[in-house]
Design a protein around this ligand. Structure first.
Ligand code: SF4
Ligand code: SF4
Length: 105
């Protein structure tokens, strides 16, 4: 069965307990899934990501200790997914910029 949901996360948040980098894993996966569903159009998910990362660890801050993966009941490859999240949201071209004519990509 095909799905347009990129990460099969149930948002249980078991993974976040004990993360040494305080990475909001389920929130990042939700934003990632949302932006994957709106490919090709501007998404406010990038703004939400930026705001979340100001108070928490960024996806790229992951040190690969895999504490989260041992806690995940879905056995998700969280560290791999976080790399995809970082590439999507921290790639340098996903945040909107303000121009004199309005918000542009
Ligand atoms: S592998 Fe990364 S996200 Fe998972 S607990 Fe360690 S630092 Fe946090
Ligand atoms: S433990 Fe797994 S399923 Fe639960 S929120 Fe974390 S990544 Fe998602």
């Amino acid at each position: 069965m095909f799905s347009n949901t990129a990460v099969a996360c149930t948002a249980c948040a078991y993974c976040t307990r004990g993360c040494p980098k305080n990475i909001p894993i389920p929130q990042y996966f939700a934003l990632y899934n949302n932006i994957m569903r709106t490919t090709g159009s501007f998404s406010s998910q990038a703004v939400y990501y930026n705001n979340l990362s100001l108070a928490h660890g960024k996806a790229s801050d992951c040190i690969g200790c895999r504490q989260c993966e041992r806690a995940c009941p879905q056995h998700l490859p969280i560290t791999d997914h976080l790399k995809a999240v970082a590439a999507k949201f921290e790639g340098g071209n996903n945040f909107p910029t303000i121009s004199f004519t309005g918000i542009t990509r």
